[in-house]
Ligand binder design. Sequence first.
Ligand SMILES: Nc1nc2c(ncn2[C@@H]2O[C@H](COP(=O)(O)OP(=O)(O)OP(=O)(O)O)[C@@H](O)[C@H]2O)c(=O)[nH]1
Ligand SMILES: [Mg+2]
Length: 199
Amino acid sequence: MIKIIEASFVTSAPSIELAPPSDTMEVVFLGRSNVGKSSLINALTNRKNLAKKSSTPGKTRLINFFNILFTKDKERFNARFVDLPGFGYAKVSKQELAKWQKSLNEFIEKREAIRLFVLLVDSRHPDLEIDVGVFEHVNSIKRADQEIIQVFTKIDKLKQSELALIKKMDGIPVSVLKQKGIEKLTKEIFKTLYGEIND
Ligand SMILES: Nc1nc2c(ncn2[C@@H]2O[C@H](COP(=O)(O)OP(=O)(O)OP(=O)(O)O)[C@@H](O)[C@H]2O)c(=O)[nH]1
Ligand SMILES: [Mg+2]
């Protein structure tokens, strides 16, 4: 059984230059503002308030780093989770927004330690142009040692018929509220970082 047994905040940084040393395999969580990135990190790590969540979009303005400890059987495995500011948040000046997007792009493209991009998409709006665009962008810059996992968030808000459609799509449906898909995602993350698992 794969578990995350420890999680701790490392630091926040506005840009790749000020990020901590790129010495631990990183899992980057990205998606539109309010899609549920911080809530998902809290659910995966079983912590209420590790990553700050809020009902105000754009709460996460810095790149936040968390050290993670997985266990499998009795072995321990290190990783780092990275909570990125949500894109598409408009309540800042155009100039600030542009600066922000530039540093996000730089981080995504140049950060050595990234092994996995977890792309969050609101399950109620699975085909938004902005999400498709981000998927294609990440896919186009992705190195040979990097993977993408798509996650459909907030599935507790779906009708049965909508859920059936989401389940046919390429991604992991999750609900933090109903604790759905969290274990599966934990396993998938572990598998991309550390290879096949038999449990
Ligand atoms: N119903 C439901 N609400 C959720 C779920 N996950 C997150 N939320 C809510 O969605 C809102 C936004 O969640 P956050 O985790 O702060 O979203 P974020 O993507 O980190 O947002 P930014 O930091 O602004 O980019 C909060 O009110 C959460 O409680 C879920 O699985 N189900
Ligand atoms: Mg957040």
